[in-house]
Design a protein around this ligand. Structure first.
Ligand SMILES: C[S@@+](CC[C@H](N)C(=O)[O-])C[C@H]1O[C@@H](n2cnc3c(N)ncnc32)[C@H](O)[C@@H]1O
Length: 256
């Protein structure tokens, strides 16, 4: 059983927080924009490491056909339950990224790989595998924690200047949710992997540009404050310079 299967409760608790909800809300917006740019009608979407369908759900809800690939049977069962009754089709496949080339799933209009790369050993190898699942002129969306945000959050939010200094050069950081080390991947490393795989037209989004620098978690849970924060995050997610220091980078790129 993997570390993801043994932390289902902490994962669900994270998703229910104000900052968890904002992460999924903003990504639903950026993926909706990406889908619109790919054409009319239901799209074929693949979500690799899609877990319990947090990103797949809004896509299925508007009628897209989404395949979620993930090695966790427990998370996939939650994805199926959440997608029940949606207009689009949700299919789940219990497998890892490495198994994709042997699975014959075909090519997809949009491939999503969010918050998985940091748990894998090699960004370029993972992106090369993902690239083969994207149809010509299709899109690939990658997302991972943004290392500069970890430095800023330690200094600003926690006033822990020692941790902030250490985080300037630390190659890994511990995931609190999964109690597991994560490689610290910056957006430039992911962009280089996309370029090597011949992807172009890279759009960078910032997911949670300000939320993680606000000290009071209690205020974030207040409905009126939450609503304002969510709408500010939606306004900032595609704006320079805020995307540079957001909690997560998201890169959406096109296959030629
Ligand atoms: C942090 S969760 C992210 C889930 C989802 N993408 C999201 O952002 O809500 C990481 C997910 O990757 C899955 N995973 C772990 N190793 C994997 C691998 N080698 N290939 C595919 N998925 C993997 C886990 O089971 C888990 O669902």
């Amino acid at each position: 059983m993997s570390t993801f299967d043994t932390h289902l409760d902490s994962w669900a608790a994270y998703q229910a927080t104000a900052w968890g909800r904002i992460r999924y809300r903003v990504v639903a917006e950026t993926l909706e924009r990406t889908c619109r740019s790919l054409g009319d009608g239901p799209l074929r979407v693949l979500d690799v490491g899609g877990g319990d369908g947090g990103d797949a759900g809004p896509l299925v809800a508007v009628g897209h056909d989404v395949t979620v690939v993930d090695p966790s049977a427990a998370l996939l069962a939650q994805a199926v339950a959440a997608g029940d009754g949606s207009p689009g089709n949700l299919r789940v496949v219990e497998a890892t990224l490495d198994e994709l080339p042997t699975m014959g799933l075909g090519r997809f209009d949009l491939v999503v790989c969010h918050n998985l790369l940091q748990y894998l050993p090699d960004t370029a190898a993972a992106v090369a595998t993902l690239a083969d699942t994207v149809r010509p002129s299709g899109a690939l969306s990658l997302m991972s924690p943004n290392p500069p945000a970890e430095v800023l959050a330690a200094a600003i939010r926690r006033s822990d200047l020692g941790a902030a200094t250490d985080l300037l050069t630390a190659p890994v950081i511990r995931s609190e949710t999964f109690e597991h080390d994560m490689r610290r991947i910056d957006a430039d490393e992911a962009a280089a992997a996309l370029a090597t795989a011949s992807f172009t037209d890279v759009t960078r989004y910032g997911i949670r540009c300000v939320t993680d620098f606000l000290a009071s978690d209690e205020r974030k849970a207040e409905p009126a404050f939450y609503a304002q924060l969510e709408s500010l995050e939606l306004a900032l997610c595609d704006r320079e310079p805020y995307v540079r220091t957001a909690r997560f980078w998201q890169l959406v790129a096109r296959r030629p």
